[in-house]
Design a protein around this ligand. Structure first.
Ligand code: SF4
Length: 393
């Protein structure tokens, strides 16, 4: 059975996708509701390959959580702590620099930095660590802060969001992270993240950053108390924001992790649900170039399969993930570049090491023996402190 001839009741949607026409929310919902995962996968893979060819990317990055103290208490969050808790933590600037220095020696190109809304650190602490980290290597890309952290920092700085972002940019911020989007609809948001910024505020922070020339990613936390209609509404709001500000480089669907929090959901999203969510995201978000299969939440095996369901990116090496693991993720806290490259190749795609903005740093061949021919010299210029750890050894 081929892509163009399947008795799955989706022919009208297939015609739209092939013609490059935009899907409606009703189309998106029908895609979510189909049980024909193969039909959905082949359509999403078609859309992905038309946009990204056979390449699939990953990034050499390190996560740093500067603190888990937070003045909010989102119900789904297993990460945050209060000052009275004995397992809260807060890194000094020196500790952050030491972690970054270690990771630079392994060839990373990006630091991904988020934390809770700290009750007492001043705004100068944040600009201070951005400057100190950037001073390690000007090519090191700093992808930091969720939208709610930006609102918190603006409150600390007693400045507008725009002026706060400008000051952070001047200190070295290069991209916002996409975290904290959760599900935008108010009714769901109030059940999982009371007190957090609204969906409109999330989009406004990202839109302001985009209008300053910045780029960011965006996310959706799914598989908890939301409905499929809520997911489509979320994707639709992201698509509308992207029409306006054009700054989202990639979308990362985050499967909910159910442990150690106050939401009564018995298990993480099934494999079927994870793959259909990747596929519908690829088809619905026709103005966002990249869809990431986040291996921390899905596991690398499922993320690898997602490469034939519309995803074209596996995220990164990460080195030290806390947020998903404190909520029960069973994946390791880091992965090696060789494992990402192998997973991409085995899925029949060409591995590409990318930077924060999804631009290629190194293009590997489809097979190991073609690596030398494909390795770009640009990698030597673009990778901070490139070392043997960045190769497949
Ligand atoms: S999700 Fe973020 S804002 Fe909410 S409690 Fe956790 S750390 Fe704080």
């Amino acid at each position: 059975m081929d892509l163009f001839n399947r008795p799955d009741g989706l022919q009208d949607i297939r015609d739209k996708v092939i013609a490059g026409r935009r899907l409606t929310p009703e189309d998106g919902l029908r895609l979510f509701q189909t049980r024909d995962l193969n039909a959905l996968a082949s359509l999403a893979d078609f859309a992905n390959q038309r946009r990204n060819g056979r390449r699939a990317s990953y990034i050499l990055n390190r996560y740093i959580n500067y603190s888990n103290y937070c003045i909010l208490s989102c119900q789904f969050c297993a990460f945050s702590r209060k000052k009275r808790d004995n397992d809260g933590f807060q890194l000094t600037e020196e500790q952050m620099v030491a972690k970054a220095r270690e990771a630079l020696a392994l060839g990373i190109t990006e630091l991904h930095i988020v934390g809770g809304l700290h009750p007492s650190l001043p705004f100068s602490h944040y600009t201070g660590f951005l400057r100190a980290l950037k001073a390690l290597d000007p090519r090191l890309q700093l992808k930091c802060f969720t939208a709610v952290e930006i609102l918190h920092l603006a409150w600390l700085a007693k400045k507008s969001v725009r002026d706060t972002l400008l000051e952070l940019k001047e200190a070295g911020l290069e991209s916002l992270t996409g975290g904290g989007a959760e599900i935008f609809r108010k009714e769901v948001r109030s059940r999982i993240a009371t007190g957090k910024e609204s969906g409109a505020e999330y989009l406004e922070v990202h839109g302001t950053w985009h209008n300053l020339g910045g780029r960011s990613t965006c996310t959706m936390l799914y598989g908890h108390v939301e409905s499929l209609e809520d997911r489509i509404d979320h994707l639709d709001q992201l698509r509308r924001q992207q029409d306006l500000s054009r700054g989202f480089t990639g979308f990362i669907p985050l499967p909910y992790q159910p442990e150690n929090n106050g939401i009564p959901v018995p298990h993480a999203p099934s494999g079927f649900d994870q793959l259909r969510t990747i596929a519908v995201s690829r088809l619905y978000l026709d103005n966002i170039d990249h869809i990431t299969a986040y291996w921390v939440g899905m596991g690398l095996k499922m993320a690898q399969i997602a490469l034939s369901h519309g995803a074209d990116d596996l995220h990164g090496t990460i080195l030290e993930e806390h947020i998903f693991h404190m909520a029960g993720a069973k994946s390791p806290q880091m992965t090696a570049e060789a494992d990402l490259v192998r997973a991409i190749r085995e899925a029949g795609r060409e591995p590409v090491q990318r930077n924060t903005f999804y631009e290629p740093i190194r293009v590997w061949g489809a097979r190991p023996e073609t690596d030398a021919a494909h390795a770009t010299h640009a990698a030597d210029r673009a990778t901070p402190q490139a070392t043997a750890a960045g190769s497949l050894g």
